[in-house]
Design a protein. Structure first.
Length: 219
């Protein structure tokens, strides 16, 4: 079991890399963004509450995301967890530490994916995903081979996130710098932090990540 956190601003490539680790190593991706997107389509009171916050680019309350993560951790088994987009605040980081401890597990590595802001804006503004299998594409850098059709599963259900626009991105970046980036210092102090270049080719980023996961698995 190797448990890792992928830490980085929106558009750093956390989701793309988490999906690769799931496919190649049977790890379990725990993305609070995906859980919240699922919750908002459920029509529950909680779903309605989070929808407006997410579309504006703000952070959902710690209480809600910690509850979601706790529930998913209990119900999932695999070769370790990949925390993707969680924790995003110091309170969430403390809660995760306590949850892992309670279940007799440890955090093996926190991997900061570093990308400059200009690149983030470019990445996010062209991003779209397959609504069926979740494959991630980009208008300029990674278009589908056949327009509007997923290369992986053939679905034509292509989706753009409501919060992938210039206005929300500004808020999301500010939230990242104000509330999430302090986690870099927090995990550095705990001795868990690794930093990789998130602007490298997708395959090279995957290799760097795999190297850290392998190294932590034996240590
Ligand atoms: P993501 O898919 O990780 O970019 O998350 C999309 C949106 O969901 C964020 O902009 C937040 O509104 C919300 N969200 C996801 N994860 C968290 C979290 N750990 N804490 C608070 N809000 C979150």
């Amino acid at each position: 079991m190797t448990n890792i956190i992928l830490l980085g601003p929106p558009g750093a490539g956390k989701g793309t890399q988490a999906r690769k680790l799931v496919e190649e190593r049977g790890m379990v991706q725990l993305s609070t963004g995906d859980m919240l997107r699922e919750a908002r389509t459920s029509g529950t009171a909680m779903g309605r509450k989070v929808a407006a916050v997410m579309d504006g680019g703000g952070l959902v309350t710690d209480e809600i995301v910690i509850g979601l993560i706790e529930e998913k951790m209990k119900g999932s088994r695999g070769a370790g967890f990949i925390f993707d987009g969680f924790p995003r605040t110091l309170a969430q980081a403390d809660a995760l530490g306590a949850m892992l401890k309670r279940s007799g597990q440890r955090l093996d590595a926190v991997i900061e994916m570093r990308v400059d802001d200009e690149a983030l804006v470019r990445r996010i503004s062209g991003r779209f995903t397959c609504g069926n299998c979740g494959e991630v594409y980009h208008d300029q850098t990674r278009p589908t081979k056949k327009p509007g059709t997923c290369d992986v599963c053939g679905s034509t259900d292509m989706q753009r996130r409501a919060d992938d626009n210039a206005e929300s991105l500004k808020v999301r970046l500010m939230e990242y710098y104000k509330k999430t980036s302090p986690l870099i210092g927090y995990y550095y102090a705990l001795g868990d932090l690794f930093t990789i270049d998130g602007l490298a080719e997708i395959g090279d980023v995957a290799k760097s990540l795999a190297g850290i996961v392998d190294q932590q698995a034996v240590s």
